[in-house]
Design a protein around this ligand. Structure first.
Ligand SMILES: *Cc1c(COP(=O)(O)O)cnc(C)c1O
Length: 379
């Protein structure tokens, strides 16, 4: 039988036209027509004060660490159950990373457990919205006000998702999106910094443009540009922006395709969840997710691994993630030793099923039948 891969980037068909147009405009580096097009799209659709297109979400997170002026010894609280970039961006500035646990009922950061981790050195808490399902941002922002730290959203998976009608990426002082080919809207590699504090916009542009005030120079606000702060080359090229613009124009149809796949999985697997054989993730009250992925939670690690192997034997590529960062080879010795049972639980038990726009009904049926077959045999 035809193998079913885990991911397949979706092309709208307009990407190459847009790249050709970007080339014809003879502005191929960053911060040109298509960069502004993409940035305006996010600012207008998602109520984000200012956005800057970057080469990756990882870059956007590194910009957050520079913007918040993270210094060696500052503490940054992040979930252990996340992608490594959430941690690296701050560790690169010398921050002491404090790993927090997930909630029991969801892999997202347990905001209630954060308070015990706050110290006078806490500079920031990074919330990662797993599977495009919102963290408890009102509670986190309330803690931030009370204790005076900054909130950063790793919204790599959160494009087009919301909480209480407010888009993810617009809740924190800063946020970051990803347009990596595994995400909802893609540009190959690409990302975006979200700045929701007007006071940080000027410095964000400087950090973005290699520590220079070139953006202000282009607007005619200064008559020469100069090295004015630390920065790097975080901008994406116009070719990336042009590609992304085609995806943004088709956002509604891309999301409709993803929801069709998500809903088909959900309705087929809900009975298995109702029997208590697996569980399915639920967004918190008031949150609308974005069909970033479909994952099921197995009762234990042995079952998860056996199911993954069973699917593999039928040519179906299902994957797991994340290996919890507090137990990673790099961080293991830097961690303070607290056990983070919920992060361990999700790392051990989550299985992500193949998920992409063009996954057909027949393929979804085949995958779900294989899952049911496994649980029948496993009984
Ligand atoms: C994909 C992802 C990233 C990294 O995005 P890049 O654009 O590849 O740098 C960071 N954090 C999370 C949670 C992700 O899912």
């Amino acid at each position: 039988m035809e193998p079913i891969g885990f991911n397949r980037p979706y092309l709208t068909g307009k990407e190459l036209e847009r790249i050709a147009d970007a080339a014809a405009r003879l502005h191929l580096s960053g911060n040109g027509h298509y960069t502004r097009y993409c940035q305006a799209f996010f600012e207008q659709h998602y109520g984000i004060h200012k956005t800057l297109l970057t080469s990756s979400c990882t870059d956007a997170l590194e910009m957050c660490a520079l913007l918040l002026d993270i210094q060696p010894g500052d503490e940054v609280i992040i979930p252990s159950f996340t992608f490594v970039s959430t941690a690296n961006a701050f560790a690169l500035r010398g921050a002491r990373i404090i790993m927090a646990d997930s909630m029991q009922e969801h892999p997202n950061l347990d905001v209630k457990a954060i308070e015990a981790l706050i110290s006078p050195r806490t500079k920031a808490v990074v919330a990662m919205h797993y599977a495009g399902m919102a963290c408890d941002m009102p509670a986190l922002n309330e803690l931030a006000r009370r204790y005076g730290f900054d909130v950063v959203e790793d919204a790599a998976q959160g494009v087009d998702a919301s909480l209480q009608g407010k888009a993810l990426g617009s809740w924190g002082r800063l946020g970051a999106f990803s347009f990596h080919e595994t995400k909802n809207l893609i540009a190959g590699e690409g990302g975006m910094l979200c700045v929701n504090d007007a006071d940080l916009v000027r410095r964000a542009e400087i950090i973005w443009e290699k520590g220079t005030n070139r953006a202000a120079f282009y607007r005619g606000e200064v008559d020469k540009y100069n090295w004015v702060a630390l920065g790097s080359s975080f901008l994406a090229s116009e070719l990336t922006a042009a590609f992304l613009s085609a995806q943004l124009d088709e956002k509604a149809s891309i999301q409709a395709l993803r929801f069709k796949v998500w809903n088909a999985y959900h309705s087929r697997l809900a009975p298995l969840a109702a029997q208590g054989r697996i569980s399915l993730l639920q967004p918190m009250q008031g949150a609308v997710h974005n069909a970033a992925m479909f994952c099921m939670v197995c009762p234990n690690n042995k079952t998860r691994n056996a199911l993954m192997e069973h699917l593999r034997s039928q040519g179906i590529q299902a994957v797991f993630h994340y290996l919890p960062l507090h137990k990673s080879p790099y961080f293991n010795n830097l961690h303070d030793g607290r056990s983070l049972p919920n992060a361990d639980f999700y790392a051990g038990n989550i299985l992500r099923l193949p998920f992409f726009c063009e996954l057909s009904e027949t393929q979804i049926e085949r995958i779900c039948n294989a899952v049911y077959q496994f649980f029948g045999q496993w009984a």
